[in-house]
Design a protein around this ligand. Structure first.
Ligand code: SAM
Length: 228
């Protein structure tokens, strides 16, 4: 890990990652929260999208007027994201890089940091750096949005952990694709992220992950975090 090659292969011959260019409903809900509950203007916001993929969330926030930076480890995905932004007349700064290391941004630079199912494949060591770095670059009043894989109550996860154990706690290695993914119990998430952040919302959300054409029901969590 960070499994750059696995992701690169995936974007060249997609088995898991969606090719969609529209944000998922929970991102639209988050944008509504920003506007209605926080009363923030998108034009005033700097957004950092970790693992921006083909740019569906970055482009969505840019379309709303925010200044967006997307960091993505796959050069192929960055290329697609740039093309899509260009086609829509959007200016987004897409950078090919690893967010499991130091981030090349000033302290408190961003009002929003997004991690939409992107940090699952970090190692424990990388996750420590990522948490410190997100906390550093997030504005004092900023919000860190995290969507991740929830272990609690997920039968498919139980099978994956038993049949394809990964190299670290609560990881499995996805068959065929070879990606190692980390799942979290709510307690583990709170213990780890709670060192740096105050959890202002944590909700469970089930949906289907399509892998190799087969849909699997999976549990996800969605968390809104603020700096402590
Ligand atoms: C499941 S996809 C989600 C993509 C995007 N966030 C979305 O919601 O459409 C995870 C993305 O994170 C990227 N990624 C994983 N680990 C990364 C890392 N350490 N640094 C940068 N990008 C990473 C992958 O290449 C992939 O594009």
């Amino acid at each position: 890990m960070p499994q750059k090659e696995v992701w690169e292969r995936e974007y060249k011959n997609p088995k898991l990652v969606t090719k969609f260019s529209e944000p998922q409903p929970f991102i639209r809900k988050f944008a509504k929260y920003i506007r209605k509950e926080k009363s923030w203007n998108f034009q005033d916001l700097q957004v950092l999208d970790l693992g921006s993929g083909v740019g569906r969330n970055s482009n969505y926030f840019a379309h709303k007027g925010a200044r967006v930076v997307g960091i993505e480890i796959s050069a192929t995905a960055v290329h697609v994201a740039k093309l899509r932004a260009h086609e829509q007349g959007l200016e987004v700064k897409y950078v090919c890089g690893n967010f499991g290391g130091e981030l090349p941004y000033e302290d408190k630079n961003f009002q929003i940091v997004l991690d939409v199912t992107s940090s699952n494949s970090l190692t424990d060591a990388e996750r420590k750096v990522y948490l410190q770095e997100v906390c550093r670059v997030l504005d004092t009043e900023g919000i860190f949005f995290v969507r991740g894989l929830l272990k609690d109550g997920d039968k498919n996860v139980k099978k994956l952990l038993e049949q394809y154990p990964g190299s670290e706690k609560d990881t499995y290695k996805m068959p065929k694709m070879g990606l190692e993914e980390r799942v979290f119990t709510r307690k583990d998430f709170e213990d780890l992220y709670g060192v740096f952040f105050k959890i202002i919302k944590f909700e469970k959300n089930s949906s289907y992950s399509v892998f190799d054409g087969v849909p699997y029901k999976r549990n996800f969590f969605i968390a809104y975090l603020e700096k402590k």
